[in-house]
Ligand binder design. Structure first.
Ligand code: 3HC
Ligand code: NAI
Length: 719
């Protein structure tokens, strides 16, 4: 777990050897402690260098160990012994120095970093704070404002920025370890007291209180209800106002509070869920580690509307040449200008030059003869999409992969009109496609493992979090969204207001409640889907719209809002009113209040007071209930995949871990009991009926979410 060697006859070289990231697991901590003891007691050794194997210094504490009781030596005394030692210790930072890895570097007397190294204290993103002295040492080294920013955001910084801030002493393009050995030899005999960061006095700005207050306001606004950033600020305050030993005590108290809060578990679950989600499998046995993706050098995007533009940008900025197709000259020109503008802004922000030379714009599918992959993003109209796929089938070479960005149509039906059904899959981006990190890769029953491997790997290349899902209406994310939206509108019928529902969801942690979010996305989108599925349309009596359709409860209010031309922010009116079209500042609209009152009295509904608890339970338990059904149907491989989809595609609050993790924390028994209660009250809402899997899990003693997979019948798996 750490290799000990004597180099240049007098330098002890300690190499952490815990692949893949040299995390500070119990054996690694033990090995560091033993190696340091040996180095400090060996008279031949005059200096020490600490580095990590495989070009990675250290990725921090072993997060897997957080779930159990502490084993082996605690980290803090191991680090303190390094700093207090009488021989100079140099950290040779290659790859990453993150979290506990950064804290290890901070106790070394000198730090040499490779120019490509990244450093940071990302603990806050795991729901904790730097608890091995990082919150106390970093402010002493670089001052309060800079330390506050790094600790509360968890941002990784480059070696160059670390040099500028005074975190590292030297940056090198050469082997950092060899440079550190040379540096260590030169440091022998120099006084060490000024190099011990814990001995430094924190440079304290005169406006400390104002600074910390501003930081508090900022993190409260950015991450509603999240405890870790606030604890980070308190720890930094301690670094500014207390001696080191007292500050360490405060750091430890804050860490204990965070650890017992439940939020830390949620964040850490998210960390592993994100990594698990990339590990897809297909019923054939093909999976992520035995299927080879194709390399995609050229692609085509058909349709330059809301989605197509963002998809072109996502492809071009990772160096893939793109042919963009539109149906009319004017639309093509408009799309071209939008794409170029987006790419230029994106390149400016990243400090690189825009890859405009990779783009070609055309009106003819004939130009797509030689591309490696096509992503279709035309209107959500099955007949139109089928025509496009038939045409592509004729035009493109037989090996070209054909993908669709449909938000819920049958991918296999599209595959069926082509001459290569095995090369067809869904690549479902989220809006705006160049910003949103989620990609659902829809595996049709005939999609080959190579097709799925390629779509997943292309997603990763574009910086997306790709999740493989089965082919069912709405796939995973949008399929779950429907019952969630339905509950919100049923609550309106029963007496709630859009503001009240949104506030309850925002207090829960969503950045935007369901109605504000719908106004942003555009209410006409869902209206079109409801019309296409026959739920509404010209045949419906608009004076007395029925409240039961296709055998179930139906809330006509969203259609009534759209019939008034209220499509959300873009029209300046929706569930809320805005000062002008395009404005984002939502204000309650008396007209909506009036519409709700008239509606209720027309249907004889006596409005009742609805508690926030009922809002949360009905909206979120029904969401998870559909998640359970998706698992039963084999349309998602594991609960982690569903949670990742909701975290990255629907901004589910990370400190709640995702809908499936959230209900596991509430307690499955309670969720079952509440769903049974609500279903009894609303028997015409089938989505409220507890799923068989939920009942089974409760009957089996409510195992933790990571174990649910063992209880899911794999017979029907589509993945
Ligand atoms: N502990 C345990 N496992 C870790 C880990 C860690 N700190 N960091 C990464 N891993 C695991 C991942 O789960 C993954 O496992 P898998 O192969 O079984 O899925 C494997 O290492 C590789 O990780 P990535 O897929 O993320 O590899 P990348 O090369 O893309 O990224 C990385 C490497 C930038 C180091 C990234 O893994 C990362 O950000 N890791 C977490 C860093 C972090 O947050 N450290 C702070 C830990 S908390 C702490 O130190 C507390 C301290 O203050 C006391
Ligand atoms: P849009 O209406 O903004 O754009 C569609 C574009 O396709 C239009 O510019 C149209 O001119 C073009 N088009 C139509 N027929 C064409 C043809 N034969 N050849 C070339 N271009 C053609 O639609 P949007 O929102 O971009 O949606 C596209 C697809 O993406 C749909 O399937 C939709 O369901 C899906 N989607 C939409 C999301 C959204 O939030 N808007 C999110 C995820 C998926």
């Amino acid at each position: 777990m750490a290799r000990y060697e004597l180099v240049k006859r007098s330098v002890a070289l300690i190499t952490l050897t815990n692949p893949p990231v040299n995390a500070l697991s119990s054996p690694v901590r033990h090995a560091i402690a033993k190696s340091m003891e040996r180095a400090l007691s060996d008279p031949k050794v005059t200096a020490v260098v600490i580095c990590g194997e495989n070009g990675r210094f250290c990725g921090g504490a072993d997060i897997r160990e957080f779930a159990g009781p502490l084993r082996g030596p605690p980290l803090i005394p191991v680090l303190d012994a390094i700093e207090a030692g009488r021989k100079p210790v140099v950290a040779a930072i290659e790859g990453v120095a993150l979290g506990g890895g950064f804290e290890l570097a901070l106790v070394c007397h000198y730090r040499i970093a490779h120019s490509k190294a990244r450093l940071g204290l990302p603990e806050v993103t795991l729901g904790i704070l730097p608890a091995a002295g990082g919150s106390q040492r970093l402010p002493r080294l670089i001052g309060i404002p800079a330390a506050l920013e790094l600790i509360t955001t968890g941002r990784h910084i480059s070696a160059q920025e670390a040099l500028k801030l005074g975190i590292v002493d030297q940056v090198t393009d050469q082997n950092a370890c060899e440079m550190a050995v040379e540096f260590a030899l030169k440091s022998v005999g120099k006084p060490l007291s000024s190099r011990r960061v814990s001995m430094l006095t924190t440079p304290c700005p005169p406006d400390l209180d104002a600074l910390l207050e501003a930081a508090t306001m900022q993190v409260k606004k950015k991450a509603r209800g999240v405890m870790a950033p606030l604890a980070c600020i308190q720890a930094v305050r301690a670094a500014a106002t207390m001696p080191f030993s007292k500050g360490m005590k405060r750091e430890s108290e804050l860490m204990t509070t965070l650890f017992n809060s439940g939020q830390a578990q949620a964040f850490q679950y998210c960390f592993f869920a994100q990594r698990t989600a990339g590990k897809w499998t297909l019923p054939s046995g093909a999976q992520w580690n035995n299927s080879k993706p194709r390399e995609i050098r050229s692609a085509a995007v058909i349709g330059l509307g809301t989605m197509g533009r963002g998809i072109v940008v996502s492809l071009a900025r990772v160096g893939i040449s793109v042919i963009a197709v539109e149906s009319e000259k004017k639309l093509l020109e408009n799309g071209r200008q939008m794409v170029i503008g987006m790419l230029e802004r994106d390149a400016k922000r990243r400090g690189v030059s825009a890859s405009l030379n990779l783009l070609k714009f055309t009106l003819s599918l004939q130009d797509l003869k030689d591309v490696d992959l096509v992503i279709e993003a035309v209107f959500e109209d099955m007949a139109l999409k089928k025509r496009v796929f038939q045409e592509l089938s004729k035009v493109c070479r037989p090996t070209t992969l054909l993908c669709t960005n449909t938000s819920g149509l049958d991918v296999d039906a599209l595959a069926g009109v082509t001459n290569r059904p095995h090369l067809v899959a869904g690549m479902h981006f989220f809006s705006p496609a160049h910003v949103m990190k989620l990609l659902e890769v829809v595996c049709g029953p005939r999609s080959s493992s190579e097709t799925i491997a390629t779509a997943m790997s292309l997603g990763k290349k574009m910086g997306k979090v790709s999740v493989a899902v089965g082919n069912c209406p709405g796939f995973v994310g949008n399929r779950m969204l429907k019952p969630y939206l339905d509950q919100a509108t049923f609550l309106l019928e029963e007496g709630a207001t859009p503001e009240q529902i949104d506030k309850a969801l925002e207090d829960f942690g969503f950045a935007m409640g369901v109605f504000r979010m719908s106004d942003l996305a555009g209410l006409d989108v869902g209206w079109r889907v409801r019309k296409e599925s026959g739920l509404t349309g010209p045949d419906v009596d608009s004076k007395n719209p029925p409240r039961r359709r296709q055998g179930h409860r139906y809330c006509p209010i969203p259609d009534m809002v759209c019939e008034q031309g209220r499509f959300g922010q873009k029209t300046g009116r929706g569930w809320y009113m805005y000062d002008k079209p395009g404005d984002t500042n939502a204000k309650p609209d008396p007209l909506i209040q009036n519409l709700l009152e008239t509606y209720r009295s027309r249907y004889g509904i006596q409005p009742r007071n609805i508690s926030d608890q009922e809002i949360i339970e009905r909206c979120l338990f029904v969401l998870a209930n559909e998640g359970f059904r998706i698992l039963e149907d084999g349309m998602a491989a594991r609960p982690e995949d569903i949670d990742v989809i909701y975290l990255f595609g629907y901004a589910f609050p990370r400190h709640r871990g995702g809908p499936m993790f959230y209900v596991s924390m509430v307690g499955l028994e309670r969720v079952l009991e509440r769903l049974e209660h609500y279903h009894q009250a609303h028997p015409d809402v089938p989505h409220l009926e507890p799923s068989a899997l939920l009942k089974k899990l409760v009957a089996c003693g409510s195992p933790p979410v990571q174990k649910w997979r063992e209880y899911i019948k794999t017979m029907h798996s589509h993945l």
